[in-house]
Design a protein around this ligand. Structure first.
Ligand code: HAM
Length: 431
């Protein structure tokens, strides 16, 4: 019996992996421009890291983590996100003593036991960035500009950054009390989940996915109306700095984010063509998190994009397709096959993308294969060619043969030049 993959855990097959690599490449390029350095964090962490940072009453910690007891009795969890691990690494390695500000990025798989559907998996990948050590509005604007540049570079269709402020320890309590009072007054129309969590985490009310619950709390108070003067000034400065660069996020007054560590600037990226799971990314400021995880009182801000959702939303860019072989060698007979293997190895060592057939296939079936793998040229090596130490070139695009034109001793560079010359001479002749 076949063994199938686990529900919500997907393979990325070759026709898709090129797009993944391209996304990663573009992200690396943008991160380098903004002076971010890569951190590779482990997949498994102590469970406490996530319950203390993401929050005990969040969906992630309450019901979505893959947690298990290790043989020594300790509770471990497959990371559901990257921020907590980055902060753990920052504290563990005292990065604050090495640099005034840490600008870090990461790629990798995350695990959440959600109900799988299009764009929602149990193992998914994120590309994320975090800045730890600065609390000024300019840092928020810089992170949002980086995000904006990356989305433009990837040509994410219909990408829109939504922005909100979640206040701070000074102004959030009054807002929380107002929201709690509102929730209590509306308890009979709340869904079971919101009603249950109301006292422990009233902010979840605004995040509820239940349509009836959402509609009946449409006039609930929102944080942005309760900001203290410093939070308001911070938010206005972020918006002004972005506007100067021509970036105008849309205000989303109900956005609270699904993780509890945020304060002040919070944002999400929505895109077209993703169905119900239209958030390609999210992030925000988390000024108390480093301290809460045992580190110095260092502020932080960052974001993460979901790679599977990006793959669905990015334009079909040519560079995001698998790279095709430059030539396909079609040998006829066992002596030619041995020679073809030698040629392919030599040219591959020279940096050329070479494919070849083996196993004594007919020329016709080798041609079909070359066509299938998308090689623009086939180099035919039959008995005559082998005796004369040359190759016949078939131009697969123009459907033309050039008998015995390339010497077997050609270097990869000479071969490339010869192919270009043949094609252009044929085009000129045709004209
Ligand atoms: P998040 O909003 O939970 O934030 O996740 C960020 C992105 O990961 C989502 O917008 C989505 O694209 C992707 N994602 C999340 N869950 C799934 C899933 N089950 N299947 C597919 N994709 C998914 C965070 O994780 C924060 N750590 C972001 C952050 C960084 N905040 C500050 N720094």
């Amino acid at each position: 019996m076949k063994i199938m993959s686990v529900k919500g855990f997907h393979d990325v097959l070759p026709d898709e992996s090129a797009r993944w690599q391209w996304i990663e490449q573009q992200a690396r390029e943008v991160f380098a421009r903004y002076a971010f350095a890569e951190v590779r964090i482990p997949i498994v962490e102590r469970t406490e890291l996530f319950s203390r940072s993401i929050g005990e009453t969040t969906d992630i910690v309450e019901k979505e983590m893959y947690t298990f007891t290790d043989r020594d009795g300790s509770s471990l969890t497959l990371r559901p996100e990257g921020t907590a691990s980055i902060v753990r690494a920052y504290v563990e390695h005292a990065l604050n003593q090495r640099e005034a500000v840490s600008k870090l990025f990461y790629f990798g798989p995350m695990f959440r036991r959600e109900r799988p559907q299009k764009g929602r998996l149990r193992q998914f990948s994120q590309v994320g960035a975090e800045v730890i050590g600065r609390d000024d509005a300019a840092t928020d604007a810089e992170v949002l500009l980086l995000l904006h540049d990356l989305l433009s570079r990837l040509q994410v269709s219909g990408a829109q950054i939504e922005l909100n402020s979640l206040g701070c320890f000074a102004c959030r309590p009054a807002y929380r009390a107002a929201l709690l009072a509102y929730g209590e007054a509306h308890r009979q129309v709340l869904c079971e989940n919101c009603s249950r969590r109301l006292e422990r985490n009233p902010l979840r009310l605004l995040d509820c996915k239940d349509r009836a619950c959402r509609e009946s709390t449409a006039d609930a108070p929102v944080m942005i109306d309760y900001l203290c003067t410093p939070c308001r000034a911070h938010f206005d400065t972020v918006c002004a700095l972005l506007a100067r660069e021509g970036v105008e996020p849309r205000l989303n007054r109900r956005m609270v984010r699904g993780l509890d560590y945020y304060c002040r600037t919070a944002f999400e990226v929505v895109a077209e063509g993703l169905g119900a799971q239209n958030a390609v990314g999210g992030g925000g400021r988390y000024d108390g998190l480093v301290k809460a995880l045992g580190g110095p009182d260092a502020p932080g801000i960052g974001f993460a994009l979901g790679v599977e959702r990006l793959v669905l939303a990015v334009a079909d860019h040519e560079a995001a397709r698998p790279s095709l072989p430059e030539v396909f060698i079609a040998p006829m007979g066992s002596a030619a096959e041995a020679e073809a293997m030698h040629l392919a190895h030599r040219w591959r060592c020279d940096g050329m993308r070479v494919e070849m057939a083996s196993g004594g296939k007919s020329l016709k079936s080798q041609m079909r294969l070359a066509d299938k793998v998308g090689s623009p040229y086939v180099l035919i090596l039959g008995e005559d060619e082998l005796a004369a130490q040359v190759l016949t070139v078939r131009d697969m695009v123009a459907k033309r043969d050039f008998p015995r034109v390339v010497a077997l001793s050609s270097s990869a560079t000479a071969l490339r030049q010869a192919l270009v010359q043949l094609t252009s001479a044929a085009v000129e002749q045709h004209a």
